[in-house]
Ligand binder design. Structure first.
Ligand SMILES: O=c1ccn([C@@H]2O[C@H](COP(=O)(O)OP(=O)(O)O[C@H]3O[C@H](CO)[C@@H](O)[C@H](O)[C@H]3O)[C@@H](O)[C@H]2O)c(=O)[nH]1
Ligand SMILES: [Mn+2]
Length: 930
């Protein structure tokens, strides 16, 4: 850069700079080596898939699918780190050049529910943006209240009074942050001891205000005294409810009014309350709908060319943030192309090593900057400055100059009443009918991630976004601090993002040729979170089950093929640890993030996947579940201690616990095999290692299941439900893989005998049969049959008379051929399902003495038993369905192998079960819906 020795030169200096981050070459080398590793894994996998006769073919295919997917997915993630760029604005240059010609800025704050977004929190955010270091005559603040609540209105009215003290106080003492709640929480005593009085006065005013607001909410309504304070309360008659009310627009402070001054006699920013019209028959499109109303209403009142939007919990943490953002928009060279400036979403309630992994520093510090490097910084819904034109759907054109400084005073001359009346119409339900709002204009409707899709569309119109991550955080919000809340949030994100991928806006199609390939890939990294979870499930389930069944899935440790697996795993993790540490995280926080990464993929994104698919098929409707911003003291205490709050969502916990237990079983089983030299331990080493990793990551789950006794543990009522579900699930999967499943279906005329060779004496022989149907079409209920079971030397073991179904087990006294003879006494042909199964435990004799192992062995035996039960139940089910089915004329006398059919049915049943439970759970969690 040149020197600072002339006014002209100074005037031509850029207002911001872009710098490419270091370490690009190292990353690219690393990427190539990992890619080689991934390709070797693919080669190994495809070369070694067992043939149809060998065991584990399907497991191998499942693993191969997952690995193909992960490889593809990893390739698209490369885009996020290929070209990481950092931005540096020069605020001082901006002030020198445009000090008195700064453009007007409209700030939108969205709230939706006074119950889970307390009005006192909302007004703290409002106050923080009212007191920006920015000319107040060019600043207007709009609060959109989707809750249509008079409490929120009352709180905002109180805030408008308090701001007359708060704004001058902030400016006089350079207070930071300017959210009174955050400021007083951080400073319980005056910093500057020479002015204790002023400090204490403001604090008292603030506390008194909060008390008044809280007491009104507690009483459940406003008193006449309060209602008399402002005409706006007249809008709340007895018919107004959250879902059904007219538009309400109240200008609480009119910035043009010379009497609207603060304690020091300075002008105040404009402050507007908006509750757009809500009607039960009219879709309100959640936050996107509220943003679009805000765009129109603000256009009527102040029409600033720059819009900042924040969520109600995202207070401003840097009073100069507007000026920094303007550096981008007002740069001579590139400013006119810039559509929005996105700040990262950071939080002020992060405790103790970030157990719920909300900080996401690699995402904020590296990935988003990497997207920015491809000109593809996403719009994240909050903490974002927009150019009004680009947000309203205007296409970028080469001739566009977008001079912001010429538009500084846009306020109209109309009276407050006129403005209110004029803008109410714009917030009506009917206003958007037949217009392009929600399609070509404003935020896009129909998607739970309205932000991402809107940003993508703006970029496709030729605008360039900017991502700016300053040292001092510009905005701080409330992070979800229980597992339930984190789950609600990530589920919504996962669903919204996958919706985009499946829609016409899929970046690879919609954005092709419009934005860089890197940006398309970068978007898809997030849009594919949901399907990615399905691939991960393969990796969580298959290796442990195959371990239990001694099916090796990975190369032996001594084989050369082991290297690519080990390298890819180690390199990926080393890279992610290095990133976390470089971003200033602790090792513990990194470890915690691994757990949450796993949890979200086992639950939130999996459900997001299911819901998106069912949504696409038209089975379910989407709903924006707002994340509550406050939790109980008890819960808060555990959060601060860093103890995970497992909470109440049964399905989520069930799945997490099931998969954790499955891997624990797998690991324990694998170790036993090594200890006893039973099976092929060598080939199973990688699987044992994999299970161990999952087990160690999930230690808090076992703890919450079995050891903890506080309220944040997995509730004991759930425990039983979970144990049952877990068993069924594990068994279902196991049984679908069972090779010995040997249902035989045959038609019996008079007598039919089967023999089964019992290999070892003292084995337990299980068998079952179900009479499915009789030949005659008029003959509905099947008659019973007789069954005689005989041992090898002809001795009778059992004898059943006239049974339609039976299940039994006996211990074979001798090995050799056992005979099962059925007799049909009815005049009709009958169809029978018959099943024999022999349970053999070698370790019965060898290890029976070991007291510690015994319970485990019993457990295993019980699982085996339960497995058999499932099969039996299935026969039963089938039998019942088949009774109604077609006549059995064409049915062959020979056995019909049903393994495939069975596993399909079981998988289907499993999915259905998850889906149904999920529905149940949604009701239970009581998520607030608007
Ligand atoms: O019908 C609605 C629903 C929500 N909101 C507001 O939207 C904001 C975001 O909701 P929140 O429950 O806090 O969701 P988060 O998961 O924190 O939101 C992130 O993800 C959303 C998309 O899923 C984005 O819209 C948000 O800006 C982004 O902060 C809040 O201010 C709500 O008041 C509305 O105004 N109207
Ligand atoms: Mn939020």
């Amino acid at each position: 850069m040149g020197g600072h020795n002339g006014g002209d030169e100074e005037a031509s200096l850029p207002l911001f700079e872009t710098e490419v981050s270091k370490g690009k070459l190292a990353y690219r080398v690393y990427a190539v080596t990992v890619l080689v590793g991934i390709c070797s894994i693919w080669v190994y996998r495809s070369m070694n898939i067992p043939t149809a006769e060998e065991e584990g073919r399907w497991a191998w295919i499942g693993m191969f699918m997952a690995e193909l997917w992960f490889g593809f997915y990893w390739i698209i993630t490369l885009s996020l780190r290929w070209n990481v760029t950092l931005r540096y604005p020069f605020k001082d240059r901006l002030i020198n050049r445009y000090g008195d010609k700064l453009p007007a800025v409209d700030v939108f704050v969205c709230t939706a529910d006074p119950g889970i977004e307390p009005p006192t929190m909302v007004i703290s955010t409002v106050l923080s943006v009212m007191s920006y270091n920015y000319p107040p005559d060019r600043l207007s603040i709009y609060l959109s209240d989707d809750g249509g609540s008079e409490f929120t209105f009352y709180a905002l009215l109180e805030a408008s009074h308090f701001s007359k003290h708060w704004i001058p106080f902030c400016k006089k003492f350079s207070v930071e942050p300017r959210s009174p709640a955050a400021y007083f929480a951080q400073n319980s005593n005056p910093k500057d001891t020479t002015v204790p009085k002023e400090w204490l006065d403001v604090k008292k005013l603030y506390e008194d205000m909060n008390c008044r607001i809280e007491s009104v909410i507690e009483k459940g309504g406003t008193s006449k005294d309060i209602r008399d304070q402002h005409k706006g309360f007249l809008e709340w008659n007895s018919e107004v409810t959250k879902q059904d009310h007219q538009s309400i627009v109240q200008i609480l402070i009119d910035g043009r009014n010379p009497d609207a001054v603060d304690d020091d006699g300075h002008q105040m920013p404009t402050l507007v309350y908006l509750a757009r019209e809500k009607r039960p028959y009219c879709p309100h499109n959640f936050k996107a709908g509220s943003m679009n109303s805000l765009i129109r209403v603000s256009a009527e009142i102040s029409n600033a060319p720059i819009i900042l939007n924040v969520d109600c919990d995202m207070y401003s943490n840097n009073s100069d943030a507007i000026k920094e953002a303007l550096c981008f928009f007002m740069d001579k060279e590139r400013g006119h192309m810039i559509s929005y400036v996105q700040y990262p979403q950071s939080y002020d309630n992060i405790a103790n090593n970030d157990i719920y992994s909300n900080v996401r520093s690699a995402f904020n510090k590296i990935e988003l900057s990497g997207m920015d490097g491809c000109d593809g910084a996403p719009y994240c819904g909050t903490g974002c400055f927009h150019r009004r034109e680009s947000l309203c759907g205007v296409e970028f054109s080469r001739n566009y100059r977008g001079e912001l400084n010429s538009l500084c005073n846009t306020m109209k001359d109309s009276s407050v009443h006129e403005l209110e009346q004029g803008s109410k119409v714009l917030a009506n339900c009917s206003y958007e009918k037949g217009t392009q709002w929600g399609k070509e204009m404003g935020l896009v409707y129909g998607c739970l991630s309205e932000d991402l899709i809107t940003g993508l569309r703006i970029q496709c119109r030729g605008w360039k976004p900017v991502y700016y991550n300053p040292e001092r955080k510009a905005f701080l919000g409330v992070a979800p601090n229980t597992l339930d809340l984190a789950f609600v949030q990530h589920k919504r994100w996962g669903q919204g993002m996958f919706q985009i991928f499946l829609s016409k806006y899929c970046p690879f199609i919609y954005a092709r040729g419009k934005i860089k390939l890197g940006a398309q890939m970068g978007y898809c990294v997030y849009l594919l979170f949901a399907p990615n979870s399905v691939a991960l499930l393969n990796y969580l389930i298959i290796p442990s089950i195959c371990l239990l069944r001694s099916i090796p899935l990975f190369p032996e440790v001594s084989s050369l093929w082991f290297l690519p697996f080990a390298y890819v795993y180690a390199a990926r993790n080393a890279c992610s640890i290095a990133e976390a540490l470089a971003c200033g995280e602790t090792l513990k926080a990194w470890w915690n993030s691994q757990r949450m990464w796993l949890f979200h993929r086992m639950t939130s994104y999996l459900f997001a996947f299911i819901d998106t698919i069912t949504g696409q098929l038209g089975f379910s409707q989407m709903a924006f579940s707002i994340t509550p911003k406050v939790v109980g003291n008890d819960v808060l205490k555990r959060y601060e201690e860093g103890t995970m709050e497992f909470g109440t969502s049964s399905v989520m916990l069930t799945i997490i616990a099931t998969l954790s237990l499955l891997n624990l079983f797998g690991f324990a089983g694998g170790i036993l095999k090594v200890v006893w030299g039973y099976g092929i331990a060598e080939g199973l080493a990688v699987q044992i290692g994999l299970c161990l990793v999952v087990v160690v990551i999930n230690l808090p789950v076992y703890q919450a299941l079995f050891l903890r006794d506080d309220n944040g543990r997995i509730p004991s009522s759930l425990e039983k439900q979970f144990v049952e579900f877990a068993t069924v699930l594990i068994l279902a999967v196991l049984s679908s893989l069972q090779q010995e499943v040997s249902g035989i279906r045959f038609v019996i005329d008079r007598e039919e005998c089967f023999s089964h060779n019992v290999e070892y004496a003292m084995d337990t022989v299980h068998f079952s049969f179900v009479v499915i149907k009789s030949e005659g079409a008029w003959h509905y209920s099947p008659d019973g049959v007789d069954l005689v079971v005989k041992g090898p030397s002809g001795e009778q073991i059992h004898d059943f008379r006239d049974k339609t179904s039976e299940k039994f087990q006996f211990v074979a006294q001798k090995n050799g051929l056992h005979r099962f003879c059925f007799t049909n006494k009815s005049p009709y042909h009958e169809t029978i399902d018959f099943d024999v199964h022999e349970a053999h435990f070698t370790y019965h004799d060898e290890h029976a003495k070991d007291e510690h192992l015994k319970p485990l062995l019993e457990q295993i035996a019980r699982i085996e038993e339960a497995l058999y039960n499932i099969q039996f139940e299935q026969h039963w089910l089938e039998a019942q369905t088949d009774q109604q089915a077609i006549v059995n004329e064409g049915m062959s006398r020979r056995a019909i192998h049903k393994v495939l059919y069975q596993s399909a049915a079981l998988t289907g049943a499993g999915v259905l079960q998850v889906y149904l439970l999920r529905r149940l759970f949604e009701r239970k969690l009581g998520m607030s819906r608007v």
